[in-house]
Ligand binder design. Structure first.
Ligand code: ATP
Ligand code: MG
Length: 585
């Protein structure tokens, strides 16, 4: 396996962060991390270099929380003319898979960020890390401990009680070197021994009470195969990887704050290059879960159809649902970076995608729940092509032709036999406008004699109202979308609601299991939708606004016979309401 070039030489050669094609520069909002970097630059620390990294563990697919970290780390590198490494934190062979490694690269690229010649792997440094461990042993700062995992836990003590020294703590350097080498050589079974740092069993910070550096794991690793049967812990690997790659600012989430003294202790004792760890608050989002462990449960227990199920908060789920990378980057810009934990309303994410798609998605007409409408006075066999605007926000997107004929489908919801007050849509005797078409008046309602269900409407049209206005100036209030029955294409539409029915499952009590709150209505499949013929052959991933209904994108389950659409987001903007309420407060 080839070793990475030292990143410092990359910087010396004048390389800076590459950008994926089409990526607009991501600007991180002003925040405390930029303040730290600015100060470091001014003080000449790291010779003015900025070198960050994004270090996912390949034990699941990336989610929108990771997008926050990706935008921050790659964004800072772009802004400061520095570098950002994609580095897999692959120190736990039992939970990691090549599928995850590949999905992570795809997702980071899709978000618009790029890295140089190759990604990095913590496993590339297993030799160096082993040497670091030997160095600590030789300095008398690490020892082989034979306590079992639960004994180690017991000996560690609690927040209020000091720990107890392991009986193996004072082994000689020679004995420790011998045992550690034999651990590596595979002489002992899993769990028989560990290597621990020798720090302080009475330390206030539990992470400093002789933490484990290496454990025995006879398991095949996705990159190093069976070369190793001992693996470093996260704590022992992470900072040293940062150091080897000459990272300047090692940005992580707040839960690592208590690990920082240990991070620094290793650097100090090993006498190696010193990056600085900076913590920020992780993203929490309402109505969903954000941990890979929990997301994996949803996948394995069939709550969803896979990691890329459009209900999932994963990057691949959001992509399949029709989100754009631009919308996700805009969201990450808006939420900002702080040190205080908070919960972001998912309506903000929806607002960001709605705003982006409003600019770029072509408008089309589709009817989700078709109701047959016959225009009795329209000539049989006649078809007119009506001109429709592709995007009122962008005249450059032009127009298209939509066929109109005697039999149409209207949205079932747009008709009421017994309409309430202020009903501007169709009802017996009422006149409405058909988008880009004519005024029609409902003259008759046909019902199923058994069920009483409305199965067909009869209408008349006014030929003088073509294009949507009447020469006599009479007003109609409602404008309805429609498709021509003979021309429309059949489609399936998948309508999504929040994954969880509660905003924050952690507020539902200590023992509450988030799975109890999976929204039973999170997916509704509408199998008999009809869409205008211009969408015939639309490619998976294409995005549209179905007029009056929402933004939809073509799913990869589509076949030449039947298109399948995912509803990305409705047109209703709940975020605007939230913002208004906030302002009113
Ligand atoms: P999870 O709990 O979902 O498994 P993790 O932190 O274990 O997340 P990693 O693969 O270790 O996942 O994370 C890679 C990077 O992404 C880390 O630097 C981590 O701090 C960051 N990250 C993970 N979740 C979030 C989040 N919700 N918001 C911001 N950053 C996050
Ligand atoms: Mg993790």
């Amino acid at each position: 396996m080839d070793k990475p070039r030292p990143p410092s030489s990359r910087k010396d050669s004048g390389e800076t962060q590459p950008r994926s094609e089409g990526a607009t520069l991501f600007t991180t909002p002003p925040n405390f991390i930029k303040d730290i970097i600015d100060e470091d630059m001014a003080a000449g620390k790291y010779q003015g270099r900025v070198h960050t990294r994004f270090p996912p563990e390949p034990n699941g697919y990336l989610h929108i929380g990771h997008a926050k970290s990706i935008c921050l780390n790659f964004g800072l590198a772009l802004e400061y003319g520095g570098l950002c490494n994609l580095r897999y934190d692959d120190t736990n062979p039992t939970k990691e898979e090549v599928e995850y490694v590949e999905s992570i690269q795809e997702d980071v690229r899709w978000l618009g960020f790029a890295w140089h010649d190759r990604p990095y792997y913590a496993s590339d440094y297993f030799d160096e890390l082993y040497e670091f461990a030997l160095k600590l042993i030789k300095k008398g700062k690490a020892y082989v401990c034979d306590l079992a995992a639960d004994e180690i836990r017991e000996y560690r003590g609690t927040l209020t009680q000091a720990g107890k020294d392991s009986p193996y703590r004072n082994r000689s350097v020679e004995e420790n070197l011998d045992l550690f080498r034999r651990m590596r050589a595979g002489e002992f079974p899993n769990g028989a021994r560990v290597l621990r740092a020798k720090i302080d069993m009475a330390a206030g910070n539990l992470n400093m009470r002789d933490p484990v550096l290496y454990r025995i794991l006879h398991a095949e690793h996705h990159r190093t195969g069976n070369r190793w049967c001992i693996y470093p812990t996260y704590d022992f690997a992470h900072g040293q990887c940062d150091s080897i790659e000459r990272i300047t600012h090692s940005i992580c989430t707040l839960e690592f704050e208590d690990h920082r003294p240990l991070y620094e202790w290793f650097i100090e004792e090993l006498e190696i290059y010193r990056p600085q760890q900076i913590e920020f608050a992780r993203l929490n989002l309402t109505h969903t879960v954000m941990s890979k462990r929990k997301l994996l449960k949803l996948v394995n227990e069939d709550y969803v159809r896979g990691w890329d199920d459009p209900r999932m908060p994963t990057i691949s789920g959001l992509r399949r649902r029709g989100f754009t990378p631009e919308a996700i980057r805009a969201f990450c810009e808006r939420i900002g970076v702080a040190r205080k934990d908070s919960m972001v309303d998912i309506a903000l994410l929806e607002y960001c995608v709605r705003e982006d798609l409003n600019r770029r998605a072509p408008r089309v007409m589709a009817v989700l729940r078709p109701l047959r409408v016959v225009i009795d006075n329209y000539p049989e066999g006649q078809v007119e092509e009506l001109e429709a605007i592709n995007n009122p926000e962008d005249p450059d997107m032009g127009t298209r032709q939509v066929p109109f004929s005697r039999v149409l489908y209207l949205e079932r919801e747009d008709f009421r036999e017994d309409p309430p007050k202020k009903w501007f849509r169709l009802a017996p005797g009422r006149e409405v406008r058909l988008r880009y078409g004519y005024y029609i008046t409902c003259t008759d309602v046909v019902k199923d004699p058994k069920t009483g269900e409305v199965v067909e409407l009869h209408c008349t049209y006014d030929p003088a109202t073509r294009g949507g206005s009447s020469p006599d100036g009479r007003k109609v209030q409602g404008t309805l979308h429609w498709v021509s029955a003979a021309h429309a294409v059949e489609a399936e539409a998948r309508l999504y609601e929040h994954l969880l029915s509660v905003a924050d499952p952690s507020e539902q009590g200590e023992d509450a299991d988030f799975r109890a709150f999976v929204n039973p209505r999170s997916l509704e499949v509408v199998s008999d939708a009809r869409i205008e013929p211009s969408l015939k052959g639309a490619r998976p991933g294409s995005r549209y606004q179905f007029e009056r209904l929402g933004y939809f994108s073509v799913d990869s389950d589509s076949t030449p016979e039947k298109l399948v659409f995912n509803r990305t987001v409705t047109l209703r903007d709940t975020w605007a309401k939230i913002e208004k309420k906030e302002k009113a407060k």
